[in-house]
Design a protein around this ligand. Structure first.
Ligand code: ATP
Ligand code: MG
Ligand code: MG
Ligand code: MG
Length: 576
């Protein structure tokens, strides 16, 4: 590839809305161009990286036995109504109507559509297991799109879905995907950690996130050096620590009083710093004896993660008075409220608990606080305007480095991470709702057991840059660099020798299948080098008359502090 035939557009300054280094560098290097909030054009240089990322994912998915197909971006609402997600998803789900006033969804994920395919196509146990995947555009109307491709509204995801005859076989499919993900992120040259994750509103039996380690990550992860324990800090496994810390069994300092309770009271009551309750919805239920005295107050604490969308809600229960504090299990909450904790709130409530009816958990900028009785609660509670943004509070769960790990084998360390992949063992969550069955050996219909597996293709660009950059720009890992080698000739248009040597090396490398760029734009050396350092090409060869006189060219790796002379006739072998 010659630079004059390509499109290169670099900027000295990043636009002011770019907050983190990867976003700034992607804008400056001309990889993306903003079209609207969370919506980007992928420019030619950026698209090359996306294609490399996709290529690695495809190779490893195919190697792992997954089969590629392509499902539509626009999906009929009926399927989403079958699983109930049409109602549950809230405003993150983009809905559109066609000319006949029919409802559609711009897909944020594809469980419904793939399950619809599976219930028609996978009829017999003989066809199982199967794993289908696609690499497709997604749209999620994120509450707070930011950091460029890191949290876009439109983005590209690889999503795969496995179908098995039983849980045991589904576990094997899950493990196969887990292993494939490890290979994928290793091949991309990323430093990452697989952590146990919450199954959230998607539900299911097991879940792991693949987190690229970076200080700017929106997630916090805890891990133990002495064992293989690693978890997203949101995961309930970390919760007992908070319960323990809040544990001194003592009478409640205060009972949330109708008409009086404030978030400070609740924080005091729970003995948690206010910063931890800032994104929580707290309801209290009083149990009274026959004399009408309160004998027990149960505080239902719904911890909500940073972007507090409906599907990110966690639940816990803290009992006061005689029992001290503890968190309820998800099952207990389910039993009490008649629905999954993630679905708590007016939309999902099946039993009439008296919560305010005009607020959804998804819209929690107005918080609810107080007793769980009609008119005995507040809405619009000020949960501490002066508090730092919750996603900047490192230990939002009160887990601190040095705490004992839940497996008792060591102590916890904390890191920040960027979620680039997520694997879920779904079980029959979707096949049940959509009646997706196969016939077993005895001809009896059985529910398909599913798993789903996502990778944020475009988010990977941001994550890779967060990990690989310096003050001059991006440093791409070889495997996903837009070009692996750039040839910078000094005087390409003036010196026949330089031109011949540069063209020859270019052709040799190109013939060998190496992505090579020859900068024939005639830029001054300083400007030319600055461009390629910003763009982050990992290997550079400078060819000049001065060097060629001694039969040399100059090689510099993107991380090297100085150039190394190489014999011109050996450079091809060196780079190959
Ligand atoms: P997050 O917690 O960051 O909102 P998620 O848990 O909602 O992500 P999943 O539903 O697990 O995302 O989707 C699979 C993958 O898609 C994620 O691991 C992530 O890499 C990517 N992804 C999700 N949302 C976005 C987004 N808004 N922009 C870019 N990539 C995204
Ligand atoms: Mg999300
Ligand atoms: Mg997540
Ligand atoms: Mg996820």
């Amino acid at each position: 590839m010659k630079a004059s035939q390509f499109f290169i557009s670099t900027l000295k300054e990043a636009p002011s809305d770019a907050e983190i280094v990867s976003h700034k560098l992607m804008m400056r290097a001309g990889l993306i161009k903003r079209l609207g909030a969370g919506i980007y054009n992928y420019m030619p240089m950026g698209l090359r990286v996306i294609r490399k990322v996709e290529h690695i994912i495809r190779e490893e998915m195919n190697r792992a036995g997954a089969i590629e197909l392509l499902m539509p971006i626009v999906q009929p609402a009926e399927l989403w109504q079958e699983t109930g997600r049409w109602d549950k998803m809230g405003p993150e789900l983009l809905r559109v109507k066609d000319r006949h006033d029919r409802d559609f969804v711009i897909q944020p994920t594809s469980e419904e559509v793939i399950t619809d395919i599976a219930r028609q196509e996978l009829r017999s146990y003989r066809q199982l297991p199967k794993n289908f995947y696609h690499i497709q555009t997604k749209f999620r109307d994120e509450r707070r799109p930011r950091f460029g491709v890191m949290r876009g509204r439109e983005f590209t995801m690889k999503d795969a879905y496995s179908f098995d005859r039983d849980l045991e076989s589904a576990r094997a499919s899950y493990q196969t995907m887990y292993d494939a993900y490890v290979r994928i992120f290793q091949r991309m040259g990323l430093q990452f950690r697989a952590v146990a994750a919450d199954t959230g509103a998607i539900g299911g039996q097991a879940s792991h996130e693949f987190q690229v380690i970076a200080d700017t990550g929106e997630d916090a992860i805890v891990y133990c050096e002495q064992s293989d324990y690693a978890a997203n800090i949101e995961l309930a496994e970390a919760l007992p620590l908070i319960a323990e810390r809040a544990a001194p069994a003592q009478p409640l300092a205060k009972t949330p009083t109708p008409g009086k309770s404030t978030c400070e009271d609740v924080a005091e009551l729970l003995q948690l710093p206010l910063s931890q309750t800032v994104k929580s919805l707290v309801l209290a239920t009083d149990e009274k004896n026959e004399a009408g005295e309160v004998v027990r107050t149960t505080v239902w604490l719904l911890l909500v993660r940073g972007d507090h969308e409906l599907n990110e809600v966690k639940a816990g229960k803290i009992e006061g008075l005689k029992d001290g504090f503890r968190f309820a299990t998800v099952a207990e909450i389910e039993e009490h409220f008649g629905c999954k904790p993630g679905y708590l709130g007016p939309i999902g409530l099946k039993k009439p608990v008296k919560v305010v009816a005009d607020r959804t958990v998804a819209n929690m900028s107005d918080f609810v606080c107080g007793a769980n009785e009609a008119d005995f609660h507040y809405t619009g509670v000020n949960w501490g305007r002066d508090l730092p943004e919750p996603d900047l509070v490192a230990d939002i769960r009160n887990v601190v480095a040095g705490d004992p790990s839940p497996d008792g084998k060591g102590v916890l360390s904390i890191q920040r991470g960027i979620e680039v992949g997520h694997v879920f063992l779904l079980g029959t969550r979707y096949s049940k709702d959509m009646n997706a069955t196969y016939l077993d050996e005895s001809g009896k219909p059985q529910l398909l057991v599913m798993g789903c597996y996502g990778i944020g293709v475009t988010r990977i660009l941001g994550a890779a840059i967060e990990q690989n950059h310096d003050e001059r720009g991006i440093i791409w890992p070889d495997a996903i660099a837009p070009f692996r080698v750039v040839i910078c000739p000094i005087g390409y248009d003036r010196s026949a020798e330089v031109k011949a040597a540069a063209d020859r090396l270019h052709d040799q490398l190109a013939d060998a299948g190496i992505d090579v760029m020859l900068d024939d734009r005639g830029e001054r050396p300083g400007a030319m080098f600055a461009d390629w350092e910003l763009i982050g090409v990992p290997h550079r060869v400078v060819i000049s008359d001065r060097g060629l006189k001694d039969g040399k060219v100059e090689y510099q790796g993107r991380r090297d502090s100085a150039a190394t002379p190489l014999a011109a006739d050996q450079v091809f072998d060196f780079l190959r």
